[in-house]
Design a protein around this ligand. Sequence first.
Ligand SMILES: [Zn+2]
Length: 323
Amino acid sequence: MKFIDMHCDTLMPFVRGGDYNLFSNNGQVDFQKMKKGDALAQFFAVFFPKMEMFAKQGIEMNDELYFKLLTEGFYRDIEKHSDIIAFAGNAADIEKNAKDGKMSAVLTIEDGRFINGDMNKIKEVYDKGVRAISLTWNYENCFGWPNSLDKEIMNKGLKEFGIEAIQYMNDLGIIIDVSHLSDGGFYDVAKYTKKPFVATHSNARAASPHQRNLTDDMIKVLAEKGGVTGLNFAPQFMDLDVNATHTPVSNIIRNAKHIVNVGGIDVLGLGTDFDGIGGTQEISDSSMLPQLWDAFAKAGFHESEIEKIAYGNVMRVIKESMK
Ligand SMILES: [Zn+2]
């Protein structure tokens, strides 16, 4: 079974340089593991952590340099292994790559802070290949506010810039990602977007009570808008206990069933968050995803339903929202 994974943090170690590469590494995603797992496409996020984190390690870093290092690594390794993988900026690219026997690599940004309130910057990152942006990470930025246990923050909607920016992203063909966004921001995206949007890596709050996950109403709204949410394998977002440290396959199936029951079969996708999550996972890297599809079959999902979850639904959104 082919798959499209909407989120991983596999690019981050490029910040340190050395011999780190995307073909073969010790993490949860690399080209070899993807191939073994039968990847159709992998979204690679440039996730922006606090830069102080690097200062503490004696690495002088800023957002511009960070973006440059990670995207250079991304393109260098794709180029180096062009026999098995190629960049994809839209659905036609993914289809062409597949026809050529190649997997696809999609570039995304996690934390719109890099946009810095500048509409030109959105065009600039589009020109550099970015095709999805998580509007926020865990802090306020030019788009809006993050998900939070503080009700006041959680209810805050998009900022004026955020509303304008998502309409520009619609026009350009950059997918809007609401994972990490406040609930109020989610509803503003649903209100103002002209195109289907996604939660690249979020589960169901009713099945796993973490605030990073979507409420049942949000899942319904997302489905109505033609969007998809990607199953995130982080233990604390998958379990009934937000302090859990392991994700058994049964938890993935439990969340998946809930999301499908609430929003229908067309709203579910994959967003592992590999290389960005703590704890341990029964499906511990992308080479093991075939085991997940087996588990879905054992849980009563039909082949055509598993196909939608594994890549079909995300492919539909890519066709409608990415260009
Ligand atoms: Zn994330």
